[in-house]
Design a protein around this ligand. Structure first.
Ligand code: MP5
Length: 210
């Protein structure tokens, strides 16, 4: 089995819960509350700001030109993506500098710390996080209307171009082979899957500090 497939094989059940989470279903059928979507914009903006810095660290660690091409492409795509968040926040009067909740902060901090455990661990994290969003927003796209207020975000992660990026990440993980599925990489991937679920819960229901 390829290394990327081995990472997913252990998490088939939890993966199904990411793409059928109540937040995802509500985005698809238009029943999302304004509070939940506003919470997601602020929390996910915090995540993407941290994610871009993590990708910068991964670019520095990358061992060859194909993986540097992949990562620098990922970084470049985040300029228009961050603008989507800024525009949505401006329209809705949201403060993007608001204190993130503990789940949003914890997941983002975990992602940013992951390259310290090596490039292979960082790549397992990248595969999990990007594939989670591709699969979830593809599920939203399957039933959402193009005039959905979330269309810019839906299209960003569900497009064929983003799918090709996720496939290229998987191919890089496969090229890395054994170290990409060693215990540290598997543990990090498992944490990504569980954090993705916790993040949907947090934006759906709230992510309060004590
Ligand atoms: C992504 C995201 C995808 N924006 N938020 C979460 C919680 N998980 C994954 O990352 P990117 O950088 O927006 O493609």
């Amino acid at each position: 089995m390829r290394a990327s497939a081995r990472l997913f094989a252990d998490h088939a059940d939890l993966w199904g819960r990411i793409t059928t989470h109540p937040f995802v279903l509500a985005a698809a059928d238009g029943s999302m509350t304004q509070e939940a979507f506003d919470r997601w914009i602020v929390a996910d903006h915090h995540f993407v700001v941290g994610f871009r810095r993590y990708l910068g660290r991964m670019l520095e660690l990358a061992p060859d030109e194909p993986s540097r091409d992949l990562l620098s492409g990922g970084i470049t795509a985040l300029t228009p993506e961050l603008q989507l968040f800024r525009d949505a926040a401006m329209e809705r009067g949201l403060d993007l500098d608001a204190e993130p909740g503990p789940i949003a902060l914890g997941y983002t901090s975990f992602i940013q710390a992951s390259p310290a455990d090596g490039f292979e661990v960082g790549m397992a994290v990248l595969l999990g996080a990007e594939r989670a969003y591709h699969d979830a927003w593809k599920a939203v796209r399957a039933t959402a209307e193009e005039h959905s207020p979330y269309w810019g975000f839906i299209d960003n992660w569900s497009s064929a171009g983003f799918g090709a990026y996720v496939d290229a990440i998987a191919a890089t993980v496969d090229r890395l082979g054994g170290a990409a599925v060693g215990p540290p990489a598997k543990r990090a991937f498992s944490r990504v899957v569980r954090f993705e679920l916790a993040f949907w819960d947090a934006v759906h229901d709230g992510d309060p500090w004590p």
